[in-house]
Design a binder for this molecule. Structure first.
Ligand SMILES: [Zn+2]
Ligand SMILES: [Zn+2]
Length: 334
């Protein structure tokens, strides 16, 4: 409870600072010197979670290489006897295995960082300012235009956004932090300093996927460093405390990130966005026992990760049509 409250407070703080940046400060060119300093400070606060992610990735990777890979791979006989090999062939096998794990981990970290870059810098998609989505005076729920969306307000009228002064396409939501509507909005993610939506969902998912995969590799192998560290009397208490703490934090992070990845695999499977899942949980949307947008498992995955299955795990192959995120076909409505 304390954790969820703390994270809520943090989320609120980030929401407030972004709002302040967007609403209360002049544009950079017109800002005074003190306003410019304030803008830089607020931007730094917004980017802080991204820096934290980069730090965690760099620290975990560095610690893994320094305290797991190098002691096994380095060519000398001065290794603690407690290591698990007893013969040359066992030692060779351990070296080959470590080399392969290190190559896979490096591959993961590279795509994690590349996906993080694309998730942060790709626009999630906004409502086009064209007549179809503009709020016109003659519009009413009875007019033909109401057929452009499936989702309606409780009174049957079109969903519109008061802030953006536009009609809202299905699955589109207004993000307070971005201060605009985002297409097929999943959620606002402070860790990438961007909203997750129609055009960057795949990249966000890959950050989670490669993070989870890397942490599983870390947890599955780094215990050897812990065991060797604890058994080798030559090590200082500080070193032992350090490796045990790193491993414990790695396990906690792995549980969180793997759980989050499984949650998103489930969401994709069922054709939900996070917001839709939360609305369903709150009972806000009556007809959401099954997502009206689900197109079957395979098509749902293609929608989320791209049409080319071979590129699902790479941050490419996510080209979308021009009206993507504006209109959705509904099949299998319960
Ligand atoms: Zn809006
Ligand atoms: Zn947002």
């Amino acid at each position: 409870m304390v954790d969820s409250h703390t994270s809520l407070t943090f989320a609120q703080a980030f929401e407030d600072t972004e709002k302040e940046l967007k609403n209360n400060l002049p544009p950079w060119e017109k800002a005074s010197f003190s306003d410019k300093i304030l803008i830089i400070v607020i931007k730094a606060i917004i980017l802080f979670p991204v820096v934290v992610v980069l730090f965690i990735v760099a620290a975990t990777y560095g610690i893994y290489i320094a305290f797991y890979a190098i002691p096994i791979l380095r060519d000398n006989d001065d290794r603690p006897e407690v290591y698990y090999w007893h013969s040359d062939s066992e030692r060779n096998a351990a070296e080959i295995r470590t080399f392969i794990i290190l190559a896979v981990l490096t591959w993961n970290v590279f795509w994690l960082l590349f996906s993080l870059y694309k998730a942060s810098w790709t626009d999630p998609g906004e409502i086009p300012k064209i007549p179809e989505w503009e709020i016109l005076l003659e519009d009413s729920s009875e007019s033909g235009t109401d057929k452009i969306t499936i989702e309606k307000r409780k009174d049957g009228s079109l969903r519109t956004c008061n802030h953006c002064q536009l009609k809202k396409p299905d699955r589109c939501h207004h993000c307070k932090q971005c201060d605009r509507c985002n297409l097929k909005m999943d959620h606002h993610c402070n860790w990438i300093a961007n909203c997750v939506g129609n055009y960057n969902y795949k990249y966000f998912f890959l950050v989670v996927f490669y993070g989870a995969f890397s942490l599983i590799l870390f947890v599955a192998t780094f215990w050897e460093t812990v065991v060797v560290g604890l058994c080798d009397n030559d090590n200082s208490e500080f070193f032992m405390l350090f490796v045990v703490t790193v491993y414990a934090l790695g396990i906690l992070l792995a549980i969180a990130v793997v759980g989050f990845m499984l949650f998103h695999l489930w969401l994709i499977w069922n054709g939900y966005t996070t917001i839709e899942f939360c609305e369903k949980k709150r009972g806000k949307v009556a007809n959401f026992a099954k997502s009206p947008y689900t197109q079957g498992t395979m098509n749902n995955y293609k929608e989320a990760l791209g049409n080319n299955v071979w590129l699902w795990l790479l941050p490419f192959g996510y080209e979308k049509s021009k009206d993507s995120g504006l209109h959705f076909t509904t099949k299998n409505i319960n």
